[in-house]
Design a protein around this ligand. Structure first.
Ligand code: AMP
Length: 445
């Protein structure tokens, strides 16, 4: 078992020298942006906006963002994003992290954990503006995550939340042009850097970034970083930041094994611990329907669903890649504007398809389970199970794509003679009976 070194070894505090390790030639031309950043939360917030404009009624059992005393620019961004009440992890963790405490969250993607750690980090930056001369390439917040996609998503969420502030977000990920990332790092201050461990180490090794002034460190999906063999890099990153007593550390992980626990022991100070159930099973916000159909009818029933008025954004799951492709081709032939997400599609194409789905250019996505797990989009109205999944847990994951973030969703499973036998296992996992019904319209061959 590997054992991340504690970061309280004496050498840790070597970074205490003022401006030690600053990348050569990285001194920022001070005046303009120094003054600009001086005020509390300083910012681009439009003058007309007031938090009173963002009325959210109190609701029993829910925490409003209003209850957290966040800086106004963050409230305005939250209002723009359409968030009203904190998600469970936000409600549980923010009261502690906003006060500067360390936190460990057992939570998966989809729980709102990104906004949870970003809001705490941004609050810290805005409440304690940097009064001294700023240097380039000296982030105040570092977020480490295992994959490029996740880092890009975090950075996007950060930009959205920082919209009415001057906070600058940088992204350092492998597989993308080092020079461009460096050029950006050398041309504007860096408040928040979201990075994969390998690329951040490259920056540190070449003296292109200094973590000596980091105030907040976030380790996201810690278990996956370990699974992917990133422990040595993560450890180096942590050691390049100030001592754990001098920074706030937040760690999120879906699972906790020995190594994750050693990380927590070594790198954190009395963290609060919050545990959020993954996709609460059979979310109440999803209306689950099971249509009994023959396999010959399935495609027609599907087309009826897609043609129905209530269908907005729809994800259709099939069980295998070949089934997914065939269904996608059949839908295209039938004139349905759709995209496909499966392991056989190149990553860049998947990213583009997902983008088109998010912005509404494509209304229908056909996906496999694995590709579908990466989809975290609000406002998906329908999930259709063209085949029932062989693993009941996949059923829960699939229907969890809809009914998110406070909205209602519909899942429709087309159970035919080939897959209806899987229903009892799904019902057992859900702990509830699923009512089977005839599809609403008479299907003619
Ligand atoms: P995450 O778990 O960070 O990937 O977040 C999942 C999704 O929930 C993202 O699309 C967020 O924009 C959204 N989200 C986060 N917090 C809230 C909230 N309090 N209310 C509504 N949506 C939210």
């Amino acid at each position: 078992m590997s054992d991340p070194d504690a970061d309280n070894a004496p050498s840790q505090n070597d970074t205490e020298q003022p401006h030690a390790g600053r990348p050569a030639g990285a001194r920022q031309e001070p005046p303009a942006s120094k003054g600009r950043r001086g005020g509390r939360a300083g910012q681009r917030q439009s003058k007309a906006w007031r938090v009173e404009d963002f009325a959210v009624p109190e609701k029993e059992g829910f925490t409003r963002f209003h209850d957290l005393d966040l800086p106004e620019p963050l409230m305005q961004a939250i209002a723009d994003l359409g968030f009203e009440y904190c998600s469970p992890i936000q409600a549980e963790v923010l009261p502690h992290t906003l006060d500067g405490y360390d936190a460990v969250g057992k939570a998966q993607t989809g729980t709102g954990k990104t906004a949870a750690f970003l809001l705490a980090a941004m609050n810290e930056l805005l409440q304690n503006p940097f009064e001294e001369e700023r240097f380039l390439a000296e982030p105040r917040v570092v977020v480490l995550a295992p994959t490029r996609e996740l880092v890009m998503q975090i950075a996007k969420d950060a930009v959205d939340l920082a919209k009415y502030t001057d906070l600058q977000v940088h992204t350092l990920v492998g597989g993308m042009d080092y020079g461009k990332q460096l050029q950006r790092m050398q041309s504007r201050v860096c408040d928040i850097v979201a990075a994969t461990p390998g690329r951040l180490i490259d920056f540190i090794s070449r003296g292109d970034i200094s973590l000596g002034y980091v105030e907040v460190l976030v380790l996201d999906e810690a278990d996956r970083m370990l699974d992917m063999g990133f422990l040595p890099q993560v450890r180096r990153v942590v050691r390049a930041t100030p001592h754990r007593e001098q920074r706030q550390t937040m760690l999120f992980s879906a699972t906790f094994n020995y190594d994750v626990n050693v990380m927590i022991e070594s790198w954190m100070v009395d963290p609060v611990r919050v545990e959020i159930e993954p996709e609460s099973i059979a979310a109440d916000s999803v209306d689950q329907r099971i249509y009994m159909v023959s396999s010959r009818e399935k495609f027609k029933v599907l087309k009826n669903i897609l043609a129905s008025e209530e269908a907005g954004s729809v994800i259709i799951f099939a069980n295998r890649r070949d089934q997914t492709r065939r269904l996608f081709e059949r839908l295209q032939k039938a004139g349905v504007n759709c995209g496909m997400l499966s392991g056989e599609i190149a990553q860049h194409k998947r990213t583009r398809t997902l983008e088109q789905f998010k912005n509404g250019q494509i209304k229908v996505l056909v996906a496999t389970d694995v590709a579908g797990r990466g989809i975290h989009i609000d406002d998906i109205t329908h999930v259709v199970n063209y085949n029932l999944p062989e693993d009941p847990e996949d059923y829960v994951h699939r229907i969890g794509r809809t009914g998110r973030a406070g909205s209602k969703g519909i899942s429709i499973s087309l159970a035919c003679e080939d897959d209806a036998f899987m229903l009892p296992d799904i019902e057992e996992l859900l702990g509830q009976k699923l009512v089977c019904e005839q599809p609403p319209e008479v299907i003619e061959e």
